[in-house]
Design a protein around this ligand. Structure first.
Ligand code: FE2
Length: 331
């Protein structure tokens, strides 16, 4: 069976195709187009307009990369939430249209779950401690294998999380405060390479952490300290918070694997710090290829097939966006 998945929770419109053969899911294509705001954050209307505008091109690219036609698709899936309402509505409307036109079932997918599951599948991990670090979400998650077989019990538990903003949001906001043209975490990461450490506020409470105090303090120092030093210190302080909370969760759960996923998991420094912590505990550490950590449609297709195989079914009328859908509300 082929599943076509559509992703549009934030700045990226992604369309991917995954295939399930004899119980094994593999990715056939993963096309995407990213909205890049200049001198501002993501304006929902502008991002949604971008997604609508590039939809046809990305769909054509995905089908041609997979060497498939729409008539061959057996299942459609879309990112149902959490995310920006106007962006989510674009893929929701498109997915409902495709599902009814081609008379094939449709499943709404939780975006964080898709990141976790595609990474788990690609890395061949069983039941890792998930460290999910992205723009809007930063959470330490475990799944309960017994509950995975049930459609009535919450499938994942959040052990710890940010008490305010997501870690990617922290970097994007700071990049905007620095007045960088394309305010994005990768711009902060680049400057951070040239910097040295200066002390900034560090907030960890048990397995939870917070970033806004750090953002305010670093912003106040703009003009007083070198921007390279500020980026370096902001990034390392935030990563250290996530590492401390993850280590506590690792000791508590006794997990044998740690999996980092989400947009910020692409950051090499984050990977180095987490893998160092895992080495000390004799724990396997893994990160999937960057294309699955950036927002993408293949993971929505992958999760669609996974959920379909588990027996999940949805009526077309149930396929509405869920802007605040937490991963611990996935059944
Ligand atoms: Fe994401």
């Amino acid at each position: 069976m082929l599943c076509l998945g559509i992703e549009s929770t934030a700045h990226t419109l992604g369309i991917g195709i995954a295939q399930c053969r004899r119980g094994k899911i593999s990715v056939r294509s993963n096309a995407r187009d990213m909205f890049k705001p200049k001198n501002e954050g993501i304006v929902p209307r502008k991002a949604a307009d971008h997604h609508a505008k590039v939809f046809g091109g990305v769909l054509g690219q995905s089908l041609s990369d997979a060497n498939a036609s729409l008539a061959e698709i057996g299942l459609f899936s879309f990112s149902q939430g959490p995310g920006i309402g106007q962006c989510l509505r674009t893929s929701c409307a498109a997915a409902r249209y495709l599902s009814s036109k081609y008379r094939k079932p449709l499943l709404g997918i939780n975006h964080p779950q898709a990141h976790l599951e595609v990474s788990r599948g690609m890395l061949g991990m069983e039941s890792p401690l998930f460290v999910y670090v992205s723009g809007g979400n930063t959470q330490i998650i475990i799944d309960n294998p017994k509950r995975s077989r049930s459609l009535r019990l919450p499938r994942y538990s959040v052990l710890g999380e940010t008490l305010d903003i997501g870690i990617g949001n922290l970097f994007d906001s700071f990049a905007r405060n620095l007045e960088l043209e394309y305010a994005h975490g990768s711009a902060v990461a680049k400057l951070a390479q040239e910097g040295r450490y200066i002390e900034l506020p560090y907030t960890v409470k048990g397995m939870n952490f917070a970033f806004t105090g750090l953002l305010t303090a670093a912003t106040k120092k703009i003009g007083q300290e070198k921007k390279e030093d500020l980026c370096h210190s902001l990034m390392h302080t935030a990563f250290a918070e996530v590492c401390e909370a993850s280590e506590r969760a690792l000791c508590l759960t006794g997990k044998k694997e740690v999996l980092a996923c989400g947009g910020v998991a692409q950051n090499m420094e984050m990977q180095k710090m987490l893998s160092g912590m895992c080495r000390e505990h004799g724990t396997r550490f893994g990160v999937a290829a960057n294309e699955y950590n950036a927002d993408n449609g293949a993971m929505i297709a992958y999760a669609g097939l996974l959920e379909w195989t588990r027996g999940k079914r949805m009526e077309l009328t149930e396929c509405k966006i869920r802007q605040d859908w937490r991963i611990d509300e996935v059944y």
